[in-house]
Design a protein around this ligand. Structure first.
Ligand SMILES: NC(=O)c1ccc[n+]([C@@H]2O[C@H](COP(=O)([O-])OP(=O)(O)OC[C@H]3O[C@@H](n4cnc5c(N)ncnc54)[C@H](OP(=O)(O)O)[C@@H]3O)[C@@H](O)[C@H]2O)c1
Length: 293
């Protein structure tokens, strides 16, 4: 398929680009800078100059594509308006293409609030983190759009080695005398390795029916204290016990969206395994941390 990727240089996007190119798809990647264009070229994609904050400048000259995968976000206070204007411009442009296009939209685990013991599934009601509540109508719009095949993927917390959601743990393990965790050591995150998530997007691109959503979670729930302690052990951090900080403290440092780090969640990726044949390979993050270089 000929696929336009938005956010193809990010934590999720770079894994998705790698996977779909390996499976023989042709990838065009939106690039807002020469740095992003270079990264896309290096991964085998063709850069298309444009910014999601100014979609009118590039959707009018949209090349013919069979699918769009949207994984771009700048995490600023403007992200809701940027995403709404993007959908306002892009969905009609896709509807005007000669063939019906597939559109994969990235939701997220933080749409499902603190879940308690029962794992959230695609059928669970939304209970979004306030900073991402704007996304709920966008999800509905993509799934209900009559002129495209809309599909949603809700990634769990995405990690790869010491990167993605693990980057802060790895950095603090070497830069501070203790790693900080938000809320409590007992807060659980659902996790997915970026390579496994890339495979899920590829399966969704090739097989998902119109209107379906999938949780991208391979590890249902892992206490963040165990992740922090695994990094502290691996890098010989002075104090092995993590420092507990409040969600107010992390929000002051990174923005309100970072309150999501304190959400205690359990998410099920069973639907993607059952219906798309997804077979995630990374099921033991602690063992992976112990093996890090
Ligand atoms: N990572 C997770 O654990 C996780 C979990 C669940 C959901 N999500 C959701 O997944 C999406 C992507 O997350 P991520 O972690 O992959 O983010 P990321 O690593 O920060 O990547 C963001 C991507 O968006 C691109 N981008 C940002 N602003 C842009 C603009 N104005 N125009 C064009 N491209 C722009 C960036 O490109 P350049 O910087 O190269 O220009 C980059 O490719 C977000 O909506 C996030 O909420 C993430």
């Amino acid at each position: 398929m000929r696929v336009l990727v938005l956010g193809g240089t990010g934590v999720i996007g770079s894994a998705v680009v790698r996977e779909i190119i390996a499976r023989g798809h042709e990838v065009l990647g939106l690039a807002r800078s020469e740095t992003s264009a270079t990264k896309l070229r290096q991964s085998g994609a063709t850069p298309l100059s444009g910014d999601i904050a100014a979609p009118e400048r590039w959707v009018t000259a949209l090349p013919h594509v069979e699918a769009v995968i949207h994984m771009a976000c700048d995490f600023t206070s403007d992200m809701a308006a940027v995403d709404r204007r993007l959908l306002d411009a892009l969905l009609p442009a896709l509807a005007a293409q000669p063939h019906r296009a597939r559109f994969i939209y990235t939701g997220g685990c933080w749409q499902f609030g603190a879940t308690g013991e029962e794992a959230a599934t695609e059928a669970s009601p939304f209970d979004p983190l306030p900073a991402f509540a704007w996304m709920v109508p966008h999800l509905g719009r993509v799934l209900a759009s009559p002129h495209i095949d809309g599909i949603v993927i809700h990634p769990a917390m995405v990690y790869a080695g010491a990167g993605g959601a693990f980057r802060r743990f790895a950095r603090e393990a070497v830069e501070r005398d203790a790693i900080r965790v938000v809320g409590s050591e007992a807060v659980r995150w659902a996790l997915v390795h970026s390579g496994d998530l890339g495979a899920l997007y590829a399966l969704a691109l090739e097989r998902a029916p119109n209107g379906e959503s999938y949780m991208g979670a391979s590890v249902e729930a892992m206490p963040i204290g165990r992740i922090a302690r695994a990094f502290a052990r691996r890098y010989g951090t002075a104090r092995q016990e993590p420092d507990i900080i409040s969600s107010d403290a992390i929000a002051a440092e990174l923005g309100d969206w970072a309150r999501g780090y304190a959400l205690d969640q359990r998410l099920s990726g069973a639907k993607a395994r059952r219906e798309l044949g997804w077979q995630p390979k990374h099921l033991d993050p602690e063992a992976e941390i112990a093996r890090l270089a």
